[in-house]
Design a protein around this ligand. Structure first.
Ligand code: PLP
Length: 365
């Protein structure tokens, strides 16, 4: 007897980055922010009246939606809020794609959850491969036969961006298709397309508080889009779980949005650290992709990424290695604080030097 559905039995779930509970690592594996959220968030938590948890939250999260809308010069009807951008992206599938439709298009090397959601919701996938050097295939997306598409910009795990004019060309070439742009990392290169939501009725921008606002643990993300697309997302959400974002998280996200000065300072710090340590990695023999995000995608000229991942973990540093076609030679390294990045560089230097001495002594034997 098998009680599980066919979809459940055949779905390969997303493998989330390790969240180890055994010991303390220098944690550079899930693109979290090394800095705490802004002080207003701390004050909000300290002053939060626990009585408020007796009641369900506002299912529309109106206070937060209004705040987000104001930030982008939109109305709250253009904002959909979810329990992390993963939830928002997942809900996009049944909202915009049919099981018997032309499918959802996405790149071959991109956020690996896109493929998992397609499988889990029974929606066909249309893969548009990146070039050999991981560049985005603009003409492939312009002409893709699909019901809609997801573009991760900047892309993960490569860290590369698609330029604004190319995105506009894709949106304009496909007025009958929904174009979803996942901007989880866009704050690190100031490349948001949020301003185009009022111009293009087929555009959805998905953003998160997890990375640049240091709120991965609070779980909050949102989509911006035309009233029709957002109303569609609400219909599907209310057919699944009406109260996705809790009262604490809503208040925390509002506080985070209020402190622009803190936000900009943290983003600038990450960008400075990223650029400095990308050079340090190059000095150790890594080929590092030009990053527009809070992570570095890097391949060593001699030592396999799987081996470096393993040795780093043994030495208390966690990075991400994807055992997948095209990317298995690379490590994805989150940009931590300068102190954390110094530990990384020191450990890598030792690992690489040890590998050299081992090789030399083997050659001499
Ligand atoms: C490209 C991309 N999109 C979306 C997410 C989901 O973020 P969250 O659910 O924390 O908002 C991630 C998380 O790492 C990501 O890398």
């Amino acid at each position: 007897m098998n009680y599980l559905s066919k979809i459940c039995r055949t779905t390969q779930p997303y493998t989330a980055g390790e969240q180890p509970q055994d010991k303390k690592y220098v944690k550079l594996n899930t693109n979290e922010n090394p800095y705490p959220p802004c002080p207003g968030v701390g004050e909000f938590i300290n002053n939060f009246d626990r009585e408020k948890l007796k009641l369900y939250p506002d299912p529309e999260n109106t206070a937060l939606a209004t705040k987000i809308a104001k930030k982008y010069g939109l109305s709250k009807q253009n904002v959909f809020i979810g329990n992390g951008s993963d939830e928002v992206l997942a809900l996009c599938y049944p909202t915009f794609f049919d099981k018997d439709g032309d499918g959802v298009a996405y790149a071959d090397v991109t956020y690996s959850f896109y493929k998992v959601w397609a499988k889990a919701f029974g929606i066909p996938s249309v893969i548009v491969p990146l070039s050999d050097d991981f560049r985005f295939n603009v003409s492939g997306f312009k002409q893709a036969k699909c019901q809609g598409m997801i573009i991760c910009n900047p892309n993960a795990p490569t860290g590369l961006i698609v330029n604004r004019l190319d995105l506009i060309a894709i949106i304009e070439a496909n007025p009958e298709k929904v174009i979803i742009i996942d901007e989880a990392y866009a704050d690190y290169c100031n490349c948001t397309m949020a301003n185009y939501v009022s111009k293009y009725p087929n555009l959805i921008i998905v953003k998160t508080f997890s990375k640049s606002y240091s709120l991965a643990g609070a779980r909050c993300g949102y989509a911006l889009g035309s009233e029709t697309l957002i109303a569609g997302l609400k219909t599907i959400k209310d057919s699944f779980n009406s109260y996705t974002v809790n009262r604490l998280t809503e208040g925390i996200a509002i506080k985070a949005l209020e402190d622009n000065k803190y936000f900009n300072a943290q983003v600038d710090k990450i960008i400075d650290t990223r650029d400095k340590y990308a050079d340090e990695l190059r000095g150790l023999g890594f080929d590092v992709m030009p990053s527009n995000t809070n992570f570095l995608f890097a391949k060593h000229c001699e030592i396999a990424a799987s081996e470096l991942y393993y040795q780093l973990k043994k030495n208390g540093v966690l990075v991400r290695h994807f055992n997948a076609p095209r990317v298995d030679a690379y490590l994805r390294i989150t940009v931590g604080s300068p102190e954390e990045m110094t530990v990384l560089i020191n450990k890598l230097t030792k690992i690489i030097n040890d590998a050299h001495s081992n090789k030399k002594s083997q050659e001499e034997e």
